[in-house]
Design a protein around this ligand. Structure first.
Ligand SMILES: [Zn+2]
Length: 198
């Protein structure tokens, strides 16, 4: 049993391939174990693959947990590179095609900064959709969920069963709603000293 991590470098590097998570847009994930790494985990994209670097001695359970964490972290960073209005329109067209049979066709989709109590809104008469800038920096699946939600409102006003049926096909509806609820809840929590900015 290697005690000194330096010595375990002689072991062949173990790498594992994970099939992409259900609903994930990214390609395969490759985990590379490094004997030199003690505690730090990092990840980066290489083409359509995602490479996750972990310490050699990490258990399989820890590996699975960290792969999940790093994939979410990367997705959040990528979404932070803020989609422009044009990209937002592209996403809307793709989501409408994929989940609404292409029936929702907004004329304009754009970010707005004057919308602090709602994540998104739409005006069916004008065919316009507005997303709050507060979504910027959130994972792409959350932004896409809000976009799809507003697209669905172009077809069905209100939040009746007909409305939610339209969102059923999107695999991350529940998860995205949970994320947004968590953000709202976190804003109401008393601030811990460590989290306070001076
Ligand atoms: Zn709604």
């Amino acid at each position: 049993m290697p005690v000194d991590p330096l010595h375990s470098a002689a072991r062949p590097p173990r790498s594992a391939s994970h099939p992409p998570a259900k609903g994930a847009e990214s390609g395969a994930v490759e985990v590379r174990r490094s004997a030199r790494r003690r505690r730090t985990v990092s990840a980066y994209r290489e083409g359509d693959r995602t490479i996750v670097l972990i310490p050699a001695r990490m258990s399989d359970a820890e590996e699975r947990r960290w792969v999940k964490v790093m994939l979410e972290r990367l997705a959040a960073q990528e979404s932070k590179r803020m989609l422009g209005d044009a990209e937002l329109a592209d996403h809307a067209a793709r989501l409408s095609e994929q989940y609404l049979g292409g029936r929702a066709r907004p004329d304009t989709v754009r970010w707005v900064t004057n919308q602090n109590t709602r994540w998104g809104s739409c005006t069916p008469a004008e065919g316009s959709i507005r997303l709050s800038h507060r979504l910027q920096g959130m994972p792409e699946y959350v932004v896409d969920y809000v976009l799809l939600h507003e697209l669905a409102h172009l077809l069905v006003p209100g939040h009746g069963p007909d409305f939610w049926r339209l969102l059923e096909a999107y695999p991350r509806t529940e998860r995205a709603r949970g994320y947004l609820e968590g953000v709202v809840a976190a804003e109401r929590l008393p601030h811990l000293p460590a989290a306070r900015s001076e």
